[in-house]
Design a protein around this ligand. Structure first.
Ligand code: COA
Length: 183
């Protein structure tokens, strides 16, 4: 599928991630207050790790597409969109989304909600998804609130879904279906 160059919605613009974004991402992925909600405070990421982790997707070699979120013309975070495909590369109708506002001074200003709405719109209208889902940790109350606000429904709990800061933790599974999406 051809990837659009830009997605725009209210306060935000989403552009495909590029190598030039790695430096600011390094800052976000080493901010302890941010990492508390992301990879964990025990997992700072080196620039080399960032390069190795994100470059295959930037080159279109994985099913994930990363979008840099811009607000007031500045990068403030990113969204990951993973399209599930079969062995022949055919899209299976399911898209997983994950979001990080890495600039913590921009939290709780409506940017995350706008970026998610833009990504849901893209998943249903451009990718033609049937289901968009995400798996926040059950303790991430702010994220869960925002996901419900933009239309995701809780489906259940994924027990001991990931090891986070040294402990097995539960995640929620939340989805929105094509028929539930309202512009
Ligand atoms: C989660 C995140 C994407 C939300 O984006 P945002 O731009 O901060 O969120 P918004 O401004 O759009 O909305 C914030 C909402 O959360 C609410 N909120 C804030 N703290 C909350 C809490 N502890 N519990 C419940 N709701 C909370 C606000 O009141 C607001 O809701 P309202 O609009 O109904 O008043 C962003 O904060 C972020 O990236 N956090 C760190 C990483 C992270 O948690 N990513 C998600 C991983 S699953």
């Amino acid at each position: 599928m051809r990837i659009a160059n830009i997605i725009q919605r209210n306060k935000v613009i989403l552009r495909p991630m590029r190598e030039e974004n790695f430096e600011i991402m390094f800052k976000w992925l080493n901010d302890i207050e941010v990492m508390r909600y992301w990879y964990g405070r025990d997992k700072p990421r080196s620039l080399d790790w960032i390069r190795k982790h994100f470059t295959p997707s930037i080159k279109g070699q994985t099913n994930s597409t990363y979008w840099i979120i811009e607000s007031d013309s500045e990068p403030v975070g990113y969204v990951c969109n993973t399209a599930e495909k079969n062995d022949n590369g055919e899209f299976l109708g399911k898209v997983e989304v994950d979001i990080l506002i890495g600039d913590k001074s921009r939290w709780e200003k409506g940017i995350g909600s706008d970026a998610l709405k833009a990504m849901i719109d893209y998943a249903f209208n451009i990718q033609k998804a049937e289901r968009v889902f995400l798996t926040p940790r059950v303790t991430n109350n702010r994220a869960i609130h925002v996901y419900e606000k933009v239309g995701f429904k809780k489906e259940g709990i994924l027990r001991h879904f990931e090891k986070f800061e040294g402990k097995w933790v539960d995640n929620a599974i939340m989805s929105i279906l094509r028929g539930e999406f309202k512009e």
